[in-house]
Design a protein around this ligand. Structure first.
Ligand code: FAD
Length: 694
């Protein structure tokens, strides 16, 4: 029989694998299979651009690449800061690289006079960030293959010098596991690390200070090892900003907040993903709290006709727009008021510099739609703005803030100030018009979509995604400042608009609610879907136990909606137990009436166990209720092999629940507490215990 193309490809891949096995025992030097290449280029890498990092470094004359694995933009921001510092303070020829844009088969030929820096965030349950999945799998696969003795005399990465910093959260079980595992694998493969493998801790709120404390000794060791001379850092812009007097803001080619070309040309096109949102109609929206001073939104996002799909337990990402007052504050403090709608072209001065938003655009659109202007100001960024202060006195204050950790904490961090608020506070009279706009683009993250656990079942409403979002409003103790969550207040404004307010202004914020060129008019919001592993058992007769206080109940509304529909369709549905907690049953009891409706459908297989923390003198939380139901919980998990789910607050609740479960297992099964904890660990690794926490 004749071989068709697919057979040939399969044979070629098998042959490549065999060659790898018999030659080096690893996959170094073996090009990726054609499917993998096609897949990765569809996933972000631009067609026609090299995926060979060594070639890229050679052609752009770089000797240092700073890779980032980033989910929320912080790791990307740290990578660009390290890259700038390396170049400005130590004369390295640096570039920043997104891990998903390159392949790693040729890392065994990484020259020893060059340097690779890895800035790696750990996501969720010790997982790599989306853009680091392929890199991570490659490195770990190499490590395993090498450790299994694949017949290698020399360690494949012995030429590679690297630096590593991880971003993690100590309240999660797998604290900083990305940087730890990648570091171990690289070292085992022969690479030599310079400095320690740094670890920043978001859980303790010390990420920024951990980073600053880690990098100085790393630079010292690096300069010794690579023979670098430190010099007075002089700011060199990464981007050129050209004000385009020849273009009017309304010209067709000017981006006024549109995320990409298709959107600009008015023909949004799928696939919709983290690079390309779908401008979705909001079908419905309502308030689900009954108190005045706090808000929780229920929204129905219509995805019909978009080709977007979801499964119960997935996440929806919402792309926010900054509040008008914050956009105005930034424009005003930078002295850009007159020029806010002036068209600018932004270009990377270096071929490896990526402009984080499409251009030509305007100052207003860049700040409003693309820059995370409300985030906490960083000490290093404040320090880097000192040279552009309007006068010497202001410069001295900025320098002090930059150098004195405690002073900065007192004046800035503890007040939750964003960068424009810092500038306003340091000098409220003069404008900061000497600050080059490039440094603002470099120093402020690209605005990030926020994720929400979908609170509907895809079986019941495949074309409509529900969101349950608590609106963030934090009164900073001892300060006048109120931090207002970027996305949740934007959603609140959209809800107000949908309910007839033409100029919604939740908490005194206003928004460009109709979007660029009114493209979001009629109540639309940009979204995409992210698939998750947080899933119901495929067999509905299996019992499930769900712990979801506060907005952590979101995915469980979806789970229960699904099981109720299955029961109504005559399927056998197993025990479905929800532990829910909030302050008061009369204030913030989410979906209070709906649970009764599900109860009718599910009958005795549904149990809702509540903990209202403020209804009695002693506070009561879900973990106490779990303890009170120890025998039932253990029986469902041990005898009936049910699943256990936790969703919501990562820092306290999720850990407390895990500890309580360890204790329950220990008590009920008559084993030691250590053994109980070990069993819980095993439940996690076999997916019997699943978390969706933030
Ligand atoms: P942001 O502007 O992002 O602010 C968030 C927090 O950052 C503030 O509360 C404050 O602590 C801090 N902060 C902001 N600005 C400053 C500053 N200047 N200085 C110091 N600190 C500052 N939320 C839900 O309500 N429902 C869900 O179902 C849900 N599901 C999620 C699922 C996943 C997988 C993840 C990762 C998160 C989920 N979240 C959910 C949380 C959600 O993504 C957002 O984080 C949340 O809504 C806040 O977003 P925001 O833009 O309104 O607030």
């Amino acid at each position: 029989a004749q071989l068709d193309t697919l057979d040939l490809i399969v044979l070629a891949v098998l042959l490549a694998g065999t060659v790898a096995y018999f030659t080096k025992g690893t996959y170094w030097g073996i090009p990726k299979d054609p499917y993998a290449v096609a897949y990765s280029s569809a996933n972000g890498a631009k067609a026609g651009k090299t995926r060979n990092i060594l070639e890229k470094m050679d052609e752009s004359e770089k000797n240092c690449v700073v890779f980032y694995g980033s989910q929320t933009g912080t790791a990307e921001d740290y990578a660009s800061r390290l890259s700038k510092e390396g170049s400005q303070r130590f004369g390295l020829k640096t570039m920043v690289a997104d891990l998903e844009d390159y392949d790693y088969e040729n890392f065994d030929t990484f020259p020893n006079d060059k340097l690779a820096v890895f800035v790696l965030a750990t996501y969720g349950e010790g997982e790599p960030t989306d853009n680091a999945v392929d890199f991570y799998e490659f490195v770990i696969k190499e490590d395993v293959s090498f450790s299994n003795g694949g017949g290698v005399d020399e360690k494949p990465l012995q030429n590679l010098k690297f630096v590593a910093f991880g971003l993690g959260n100590n309240t999660y079980e797998h604290y900083n596991s990305m940087v730890r595992r990648v570091n171990d694998a690289l070292v085992k493969l022969g690479a030599s690390r310079i400095g320690t493998a740094g670890e920043g801790d978001d859980g303790a709120g010390t990420m920024e200070e951990d980073f600053l404390a880690w990098k100085e000794p790393m630079w010292t060791e690096l300069s010794e090892k690579m023979g670098l001379e430190e010099r007075e850092a002089v700011y060199e812009p990464v981007f050129s900003i050209t004000e385009r007097d020849d273009l009017d803001a309304n010209a067709d080619e000017v981006y006024l907040g549109e995320p990409n070309k298709h959107h600009l040309e008015g023909s949004q096109k799928g696939p919709y993903n983290s690079h390309n949102p779908y401008i979705a109609p909001i079908a419905e929206s309502r308030e689900v709290f009954t108190v005045k001073d706090r808000n929780c939104l229920h929204m129905e996002i219509d995805i019909k006709g978009s080709n977007l799909t979801y499964q119960t337990g997935d996440h929806i990402a919402v792309w926010p727009t900054n509040a008008g007052v914050e956009v105005d504050r930034m424009i005003n403090v930078l002295g850009l008021s007159e020029k806010r709608h002036c068209v600018i072209s932004v270009k990377g001065l270096d071929p490896t510099a990526k402009v984080p938003f499409p251009t030509p655009t305007t100052y207003d659109a860049a700040i409003r739609y693309h820059m995370e202007i409300c985030g906490a100001a960083s000490r290093q960024f404040v320090s880097s703005l000192a040279p552009f202060a309007p006068n010497e006195q202001t410069k001295a204050e900025m320098t002090r803030l930059g150098n004195d950790k405690d002073y900065f904490s007192d004046k800035v961090s503890s007040q939750y100030l964003n960068i424009a608020q810092v500038l306003e506070k340091v000098d409220s009279v003069n404008k900061w018009s000497n600050i080059p706009f490039s440094i603002m683009i470099e120093g402020i993250h690209k605005i990030q979509p926020r994720y929400y656990s979908i609170s509907s079942s895809s079986l019941v409403q495949k074309d409509k995604i529900s969101i349950t979002a608590v609106v963030e409003t934090i009164r900073v103790p001892g300060s006048e400042n109120i931090v207002k969550g970027v996305t949740t207040n934007y959603l609140l404004a959209l809800k107000q608009k949908q309910h007839g307010d033409p100029n919604p202004d939740p908490h005194g914020l206003t928004y460009a609610i109709t979007g660029p060129r009114n493209k979001y008019n009629g109540c639309h919001v940009p979204v995409h879907v992210r698939h998750s592993n947080f899933k119901l058992p495929s067999d509905p007769s299996k019992p499930i136990i769900m712990i979801g206080p506060g907005s952590g109940v979101a995915p469980f509304r979806g789970f229960i909606q699904e099981r109720a529909a299955q029961a109504e369709a005559g399927e056998k549905v197993g025990q479905t137990i929800l532990f829910y907690g909030c302050r008061k049953s009369s204030e913030d009891f989410l979906y209070k009436e709906e649970w009764e409706h599900y109860k009718q459908a599910l009958g005795s297989s549904f149990t809702l166990i509540t903990a209202f923390s403020r209804e009695q003198r002693e506070k009561v939380y879900v973990q106490q209720r779990l303890q009170e139901n120890a025998a039932l919980v253990n029986q469902l998990l041990e005898k009936e092999k049910g699943n256990f789910y936790v969703c919501g607050d990562a820092s306290n609740m999720a850990r407390a629940v895990s500890d309580v479960l360890g204790k329950i297992v220990s008590d009920q099964r008559g084993v030691s507490i250590e053994k109980g904890e070990e069993i819980v660990k095993m439940m996690r690794s076999s997916n019997q215990y699943q978390e969706d926490v933030w």
